[in-house]
Design a protein around this ligand. Structure first.
Ligand code: BES
Ligand code: MN
Ligand code: ZN
Length: 485
């Protein structure tokens, strides 16, 4: 998909579809079609994501004009612009359109909106149909232009490029996350990461089972031992040519390629969804691609512990006690609380690699979905400064984050007489006890944990997004690295 900037006279522009913003409560004066009938009938209100496709509009050289509802102008931030662009692309799908031009009125033609538009266009066209042999839409849209008024501005060209890089990274992460679990084994996930590293010039190291055993990653290996598929610890490294910021950021993403629950097996209904238990790992791989291309001034290491959680004959049992890389021993009370076990070793390894600040993301608990639904990701931390930074990055990236509590009282629930920790708490507050478990491994290192179990996957399509993986929190990862100080 090509996305480029043009600076034409919008009315004489020859294009398949010209997209014009239609603000709520306003009437576009320049149109020579009798739009007043639409306005009077209440057919055009200008609400965000309301689309009206018009043919043969007098005064415009475009074949068709799409009036794209943009809501109240004061509420049209760049996140809304991105949504609108994605929604317009989805609306035009299957309507015989191959080329589209978005016209940004002067008030909105700034760098942030151009970036959001480019990103939204790419995010909007993505479909989870890679393995369908008969695709519905025979004529996909392959070229998009963004028409802006005024003279050339380097900032806007750069913004377009940024938006495109993040959109492409999101779609890469979604392509990986949507792969079925028979194809996307831990080894295959490592192959995807290797391909990204090769193409974008990142250093990559994939630890195999033997190396992990030598190092003592007993928490991760305990989870992996029930599967015939060997585990992998994927490490991707970006180093700036000239560091402009201190510190070394570690991004960690849960990479459970399928979560049956292990011996503490899950119910069969809906189990197929547990192929997305590596969505946060895919978001780390995509974020590393974007970071390699955008070149922030801070060192970033991406780590994806990859395993399959299966109940094979060698599987770990409830009652087993494993020794983690940190040296802490863990009593396994439920083999379905496997994410925290692999993340424990990944967090310790990140510290060994010299990371000074850590963010982990994981489809960690059903409890966070109960608490926050599918709208916001749950955020936990041991460091308020890093938290502030993360929340600001989330806002800039248009990914909703909600701060959740950590408290030593939760730790009481993780105590056992047989080992240093047990891997589950009591029935309530499951997202908090899971986060508390991870904090024991982060220790004093500034750390943020993001539970994306409710946000990494859409069960039903939205007007602005296909069903399936969302890529969250990739854009926040990248925003954090780009704004590192
Ligand atoms: N991958 C799941 C979490 C999950 C559940 C994600 C539902 C999305 C939807 C995780 O490994 C898990 O099984 N967590 C358990 C923990 C429990 C055993 C303490 C859960 O949330 O039920
Ligand atoms: Mn599980
Ligand atoms: Zn899981």
């Amino acid at each position: 998909m090509q996305v480029r900037l043009v600076r034409p006279n919008v009315s004489t522009l020859k294009t398949d579809v010209l997209v014009l913003l239609q603000a709520e409560g306003q009437k576009r004066p320049e149109m020579e079609v009798p739009l007043s009938a639409f306005y009077e009938a209440g057919e055009i209100k200008g609400k965000l994501l309301e689309f009206t496709l018009l043919h043969g509009v007098a005064g415009f050289a475009a074949t068709r004009v799409l009036l794209a509802g943009s809501g109240k102008p004061e509420k049209l931030d760049s996140a809304a612009v991105g949504k609108l662009a994605a929604g317009a692309m989805r609306f035009l799908k299957g309507k015989g359109v191959s080329e589209v031009t978005f016209a940004l009125d002067l008030d909105f033609a700034n760098a942030a909106n151009v970036a959001a538009l480019a990103q939204g266009v790419l995010v909007g066209v993505w479909e989870p149909d890679q393995l369908k042999t008969e695709k519905g839409d025979s004529k996909p849209i392959d070229s998009v232009a963004i028409a802006i008024p005024g003279s050339a501005d380097q900032g806007i060209e750069t913004a377009l490029e940024h938006g495109r890089i993040i959109g492409e990274a999101l779609n890469l992460a979604r392509d990986i996350a949507v792969e079925p679990p028979n194809a996307l084994t831990p080894a295959a996930l490592a192959d995807r990461a290797r391909a990204v590293a090769k193409e974008s010039g990142l250093f990559i190291d994939v630890l195999d089972q033997d190396r992990m055993r030598q190092m003592g990653m007993g928490a991760l290996l305990g989870v992996a031992q029930g599967s015939a598929e060997p585990p992998a610890m994927i490490v991707m490294q970006y180093r700036p040519e000239k560091a402009t910021a201190e510190g070394h950021l570690g991004l960690i993403g849960k990479g459970v390629t399928f979560d049956t629950g292990g011996i503490s097996i899950k119910p069969s209904e809906g189990m197929e969804k547990m192929k997305y238990d590596m969505a946060a790992g895919a978001a780390v791989i995509g974020a590393m691609q974007a970071i390699a291309r955008l070149k922030p001034g801070v060192a970033v290491t991406g780590i994806v512990p990859a395993v399959e959680n299966m109940p094979g004959s060698k599987a770990q049992r409830p009652g087993d006690i494993v020794k983690s890389l940190s040296g802490k021993t863990i009593e396994i009370l439920n083999t379905d609380a496997e994410g925290r076990l692999i993340l424990a070793d990944a967090i310790t390894y990140a510290k060994q690699l010299g990371c000074t600040h850590l963010v982990d993301a994981a489809t960690l608990t059903g409890a966070i979905v109960v608490a926050l639904g599918h709208t916001s990701s749950g955020v936990f931390t041991n460091n308020d400064a890093l938290l502030d930074h993360w929340m600001a990055a989330g806002k800039a990236a248009g990914e909703k984050m909600w701060h959740m509590p950590l408290d030593d009282e939760y730790l009481e629930q993780l105590k056992t007489v047989y080992a240093d920790l047990q891997n589950i708490g009591s029935r309530w507050g499951g997202a908090c006890t899971a986060a508390m478990f991870l904090r024991e491994f982060a220790g004093e290192t500034p750390w943020v944990h993001v539970d994306v179990a409710g946000t990494a996957w859409l069960d039903d399509a939205k007007p602005s997004m296909a069903k399936g993986p969302t890529g969250i929190p990739l854009a926040t990862f990248v925003s954090l690295a780009m704004d590192w100080k």
